[in-house]
Design a protein around this ligand. Structure first.
Ligand SMILES: Cc1cc2nc3c(=O)[nH]c(=O)nc-3n(C[C@H](O)[C@H](O)[C@H](O)COP(=O)(O)O)c2cc1C
Length: 237
């Protein structure tokens, strides 16, 4: 009962927050993507590992942004954000940009692309080892993602959204029940990386935690114990 009430509180709180938030523009544009083409696996441009935007400046300027200009995301911007979330930073061991409990790597990252240059609108799964995206659901799915996120405008208005999922078993088989908590902690690390990378690229994003789990799961065709943990709409200001 307590858990139900607190879930209700979260939903009501964020629904209120959304009404108060600035209303985004340019939903469902599709001008920058290869609209009409079938989505295909795509290698992403090599990520920038040597940017000049100061970390302290990114920390200082990081803010949740809920409205977007309507300008498409470039493929290299999308790739850079995915790399920041879960990219490989140690090729030999396969270690990633975010820490992982016992290097069990329970997280996966998806790109819900609506208006991304050189990418047909679709939901793609990020493949860290190849720094590539593989299509999982064709078509522009932003409107359904927005509905699943309780109608939050920021989700529909951004040219793309990154969804972080967690597969608990990868971590619980080593750490027992505690692995669930570790998975949630890791989503926070990956999410903060997205915030800071977006800031360094001059883009905006917001952590979205208020959504209907089952709706996001069915939209992304998640199976087993893979659960959606976060949505990050990203775009130009
Ligand atoms: C776990 C979590 C869930 C959140 N869920 C939402 C959400 O569903 N919708 C939203 O607009 N903002 C959401 N936010 C963003 C917060 O509202 C935001 O971080 C807060 O207002 C502070 O603003 P700042 O990020 O600019 O510092 C969430 C943040 C966190 C950490």
């Amino acid at each position: 009962m307590g858990a139900m009430l607190s879930s209700l509180f979260v939903i009501v709180f964020f629904a209120g927050l959304v009404v108060a938030a600035e209303v985004g523009s340019g939903e469902g544009g599709g001008s920058g993507g290869e609209s009409g083409e079938n989505p295909v696996k795509k290698e992403l441009p090599e990520p920038d590992r040597d940017g000049t935007f100061a970390l302290e400046k990114a920390l200082d300027e990081r803010r949740s942004r809920r409205s977007f200009s309507g300008e498409p995301l470039s493929l290299s911007q999308a790739g850079q954000l995915l790399w920041a979330a879960q990219g490989i930073s140690d090729e030999r061991r396969g270690y990633r940009t975010a820490p992982s409990a016992g290097a069990t790597f329970p997280l996966d990252v998806y790109l819900v692309a609506g208006d991304v240059d050189e990418l047909a609108p679709a939901i793609y799964k990020y493949e860290p080892s190849e720094h590539a995206v593989t299509p999982v659901v064709p078509g522009d799915q932003r409107s359904d993602l927005r509905t699943a996120a309780l109608g939050q405008d920021s989700v529909g208005a951004a040219p793309a959204a990154i969804v972080i999922t967690g597969t608990y078993a990868r971590t619980t088989q080593r750490y027992g029940e505690r692995g669930e908590m570790y998975t949630h902690m890791e989503a926070g690390h990956a999410g903060q990386n997205i915030y800071l990378q977006a800031t360094a690229l001059g883009l905006g994003t917001v952590a979205i935690g208020a959504f209907v789990d089952d709706s996001v799961s069915s939209l992304l065709r998640l199976s087993g114990d893979e659960k959606p943990l976060y949505i990050y709409p990203v775009g130009h200001q």
